[in-house]
Design a protein. Structure first.
Length: 493
């Protein structure tokens, strides 16, 4: 895909790479349809829940240290700023750094939505710059500004002469995409187009896109074995660090959904290789990922030595615990960057995946390839029933009720909690590094075992909670829902 960094706008995932939010069928069918180009998203006549992509985009940007986010929209849109502000401060404290990032809402009112508020926005930008002296300014749109056609680009261009730090319009009207991960691309586009500069010199650094850098110390230690220094993005990044991303030897990420746009953009614009392997979760993922980093950066021997040492420590322990996991049956509900990776890890551990839900599905990435996680499952003859649903919990509940798995795994608390109330043991795969490398794969296997061995919490909670999903309701819908799944892959609402 050609990246147009001259434009502040980025097309949605649906339009750019044909991503979908509705499908029911099997993994192999999903992948085959992706490959031959026939995959089309099914639409729902009912939607239980979803999220606004601006939360994804602006949470990413506000995690950068000492910047200003100006969210141009009604107060209801910028309420997301409260969570972002809190999280940014906690993450900075955890890392032992400080951040003066500010998140400002412009509080558009009725008058503004009728007559526009370009002049107010101009004044707010200048005042934010005067008062907080941020290192970069991101001016975001919203549904309201999108609908009235507020010309944020012109306002930003206009104030550039009065502001001497990077300033960029961030187009994240919530209505433009049903896929909130489009927000990740929007934030990457803003960083690529306004902050990243052409390289002056190459450095022994590797760009590492992640969420909250919880495994930062151990990853820094690991990369020392290969004389590489990771630069974690964007949580606690500085604008200066970001300006030099083009000088790194490679870009990688903990999740393809999160890192795909930045990785491909840096490769296309500045020749920084993007590591395209399955993710470093589980043993196969970790080894494939490390070996590719070794190949791209010319450090194969050091990588092989590290793998050999780590295998000796962890593989016997993982093999031992697999004996207890064998035969368990699991259902998953996660973003696609994790659903098909965690499915692979479960398979490695001997756990049968009976159904995997992805909150959306990218049939191809920016470079035109089917996501590596999907490719890997197909090449290794792994198949299971799969659906794509943007966190429609009524579908999750139907599946749990029908399949009665030993375990439900989700990366979102709003989904995990329903399984627990239903009495299904659940593992909340919250931390992005929870299955990273050998050590965390072992810990993950132990967590699964703990949830299976002690089911009293789920049992007690289920006994005391009255769910809106009654037996009558399940009887009305389950057959219809699953029959449809097996016949023509359509979603029923
Ligand atoms: S941008 Fe649109 S979808 Fe997002 S919070 Fe505002 S009104 Fe809602």
């Amino acid at each position: 895909m050609a990246f147009n960094l001259e434009s502040s706008n980025v097309a949605t995932r649906e339009n750019r790479i044909g991503s979908i939010t509705g499908y029911i069928g099997s993994l192999s069918d999903l992948a085959n349809q992706s490959k031959c180009g026939t995959l089309k998203g099914c639409s729902r006549c009912f939607s239980q829940s979803s999220s606004c992509l601006s939360t994804c985009a602006l949470n990413q940007l506000s995690a950068i240290r000492d910047v200003a986010i100006i969210h141009h929209g009604p107060a209801g849109c910028s309420v997301a700023g409260a969570n972002a502000y809190y999280l940014d401060k906690v993450m900075a404290r955890k890392r032992g750094v400080t951040t003066s990032t500010v998140y400002v809402g412009t509080d558009m009112n009725e008058n503004d939505t009728i007559f526009g508020s370009a002049e107010s926005l101009r004044k707010i930008i200048l005042e934010v710059n005067r008062r907080y002296s941020p290192k970069a300014i991101f001016v975001s749109s919203s549904c309201a500004t999108g609908i009235i056609g507020e010309d944020i680009d012109s306002i930003v261009d206009d104030v550039k002469t009065e502001i001497d730090v990077p300033i960029v319009a961030v187009h994240c009207e919530g209505f433009k995409s049903r896929i909130w991960a489009t927000g990740f691309d929007i934030s990457d586009h803003a960083v690529l187009s306004s902050i990243v500069k052409p390289p002056k010199q190459k450095r022994n650094t590797i760009n590492f896109k992640n969420f909250y850098e919880s495994a930062r110390p151990e990853i820094i230690e690991m990369f020392k074995n290969f004389d590489l220094e990771p630069i974690f993005l964007y949580c606690n990044s500085t604008v200066e660090e970001l300006s030099r991303l083009s000088e790194s030897l490679a870009t990688t990420c903990i999740c393809g959904t999160l890192g795909n746009y930045l990785g491909n953009g840096l490769e296309e614009k500045y020749g920084v290789p993007y590591i395209r392997t399955i993710n470093p979760l589980g043993i196969a993922g970790f080894e494939a990922w490390l070996r590719e980093i070794g190949r791209v950066t010319g450090r194969e021997a050091a990588v092989e030595k590290y793998i050999e040492e780590q295998r000796a420590v962890y593989l016997p322990q993982i093999e031992e615990i697999k004996k207890e996991l064998k035969g368990l049956r699991a259902v998953l509900g996660m973003g696609p960057g994790y659903t098909f990776e965690v499915s692979r890890v479960l398979n490695e551990l001997g756990i049968e995946v009976v159904w995997a839900l992805a909150w959306h599905y990218d049939k191809k990435y920016e470079n035109g390839d089917v996501p590596p996680s999907m490719q890997y499952l197909l090449e290794n003859d792994v198949d299971f029933e799969a659906s794509v649903a943007d966190q429609q919990n009524y579908e999750v509940m139907n599946i749990l009720n029908q399949y009665q798995p030993d375990l439900y795994l989700s990366r979102h608390p709003g989904s995990t909690v329903w399984a627990i109330k239903n009495g299904t043991p659940a593992v909340y795969v919250a931390d992005e590094y929870m299955i990273f490398g050998y050590k965390h794969t072992l810990e993950f296997a132990q967590s699964v075992l703990d949830s299976i061995h002690n089911r009293s919490f789920e049992k007690n909670l289920a006994r005391r909670v009255k769910l809106p999903y009654t037996d009558w309701w399940y009887q009305q819908n389950v057959d219809k829902f699953l029959e449809e799944a097996k016949t023509n892959g359509k979603v029923v609402g």
